[in-house]
Design a protein around this ligand. Structure first.
Ligand code: KG4
Ligand code: ZN
Length: 351
């Protein structure tokens, strides 16, 4: 089955053709970075407008690059949640129109589940369920137990900022470049990660912590938090500088990255220990981080599987890939399917 995937949840306009959920025939990813860079962040209205302009050409390209005609496509799959609502609606409406015009089925899929599916594409020895998932993107940070491609139980999340968001905000504050994650990753290679001792959050089972709005939030040792680290890097730098002497921007980038990744690792290793799961599958933009990949690969008791770098960020191949499995068991989305800015329907359980 040849599935046309459509992904417009944020600032990448992407279309892909994937055969039988495995073989990538094409994967076109058109980034909007130049249009958002001057604002140091994604401007939702610009993102939606660009998707409207680009989606037809990107989808056409994907079908042509796959060496196919429109009539060769058997079904479509599209991200309908979570993401920027205006951006999601462009891809969703395109997929609906495409399937209606061609009288073929389409399926709306969850972006985070698609990220977790990304490493399954291509020629790898597929991990067996259940495994631990580490989903780290610009909007989400989720540690989960995956029992099937469509069945995850959330064990831990961020209680404030997402991992990618912390990279982006620190980078924005210091003018390190946009998007922040890749910029900090690159700078950190020439920095001393021990230059600053940024704090790791202390979250434990049954504990409570105060949220940004002052409410008490229950937390767990699989949860992570980034607002303290972000504030330390942004606000307390002068204090660190006085104590430790002058340091380069690269040192700041490396020290921040170490703390950000160590925070994730600690929660993930706690979950691995308690669940006795030994396979970890990572996905999302932050899964491209070289320090995270190196540190996880050092965990000799775990088998860690990462998507190739071009499938870590947002792409339509992962959408077509996971979409195939729903379609293959006969599922179809209706033409009045809604888009949603938030994740929904995930089970959450504190063991
Ligand atoms: O999955 P993604 O492309 O979009 C969302 O679904 O949010 O993730 C984007 C996030 C951004 O916050 C970006 O800064 C971060 O992934 N990112 C990285 C790296 N490459 C992208 N973070 C750390 N290190 C990287 N190399
Ligand atoms: Zn994403």
């Amino acid at each position: 089955m040849k599935v046309l995937g459509i992904e417009t949840s944020c600032d990448e306009c992407s279309a892909a053709v994937v055969e039988d959920g495995e073989k990538i025939l094409s994967n076109i990813i058109l980034t909007q970075i130049p249009f958002h860079a001057q604002w140091n962040g994604v401007v939702p209205e610009i993102a939606s407008r660009k998707h409207v302009e680009w989606i037809y050409g990107v989808a056409k390209d994907a079908i042509e690059k796959a060496g196919l005609k429109v009539s060769d496509i058997d079904a479509a799959a599209v991200t309908s949640r979570p993401g920027l609502l205006g951006s999601l609606l462009v891809g969703l409406c395109f997929a609906k129109a495409f399937s209606w015009a061609r009288n073929i089925p389409y399926i709306a899929v969850d972006h985070m589940l698609a990220h977790l599916y990304a490493p399954m594409l291509g020629d790898i020895q597929k991990p067996k369920y259940p495994f631990l998932g580490l989903l780290v993107s610009g909007g989400h940070t989720i540690i989960c137990k995956a029992d099937a491609f469509d069945d995850i139980t959330v064990l831990g999340t961020t209680i404030d900022d997402a991992a990618g968001e912390a990279f982006d905000k620190v980078s924005k504050y210091y003018n390190f470049g946009y998007p922040g994650g890749a910029a900090i990753d690159k700078m950190a290679r020439n920095g001393d990660s021990g230059a600053f001792n940024f704090p790791l959050p202390s979250l434990h089972k049954g504990g409570f912590t105060t949220g940004a709005d002052g409410r008490n939030i229950q937390c767990h040792r699989y949860d992570v938090s980034y607002s303290g680290l972000k504030n330390a890097v942004i606000n307390q730098l002068e204090i660190f500088k006085i104590k430790k002497g002058p340091h380069s921007n690269e040192d700041i980038a490396a020290s921040f990255q170490k703390a950000a990744v160590d925070t994730l690792l600690r929660a993930l290793l706690n979950a691995a220990e308690d669940t006795a799961l030994t396979t970890v599958v990572a996905g999302g933009g932050v899964a491209a981080n070289s320090y995270l990949r190196a540190k996880l690969s050092e965990q000799s008791h775990l088998r860690c599987i990462f998507p190739p770098l071009d499938l870590c960020g947002d792409n339509a191949a992962m959408v077509a890939g996971i979409g195939y499995h729903y379609l293959a068991r006969g599922e179809r989305s209706p033409l009045n399917e809604a888009a949603s800015a938030r994740v929904s329907g995930f089970k959450k359980r504190y063991p």
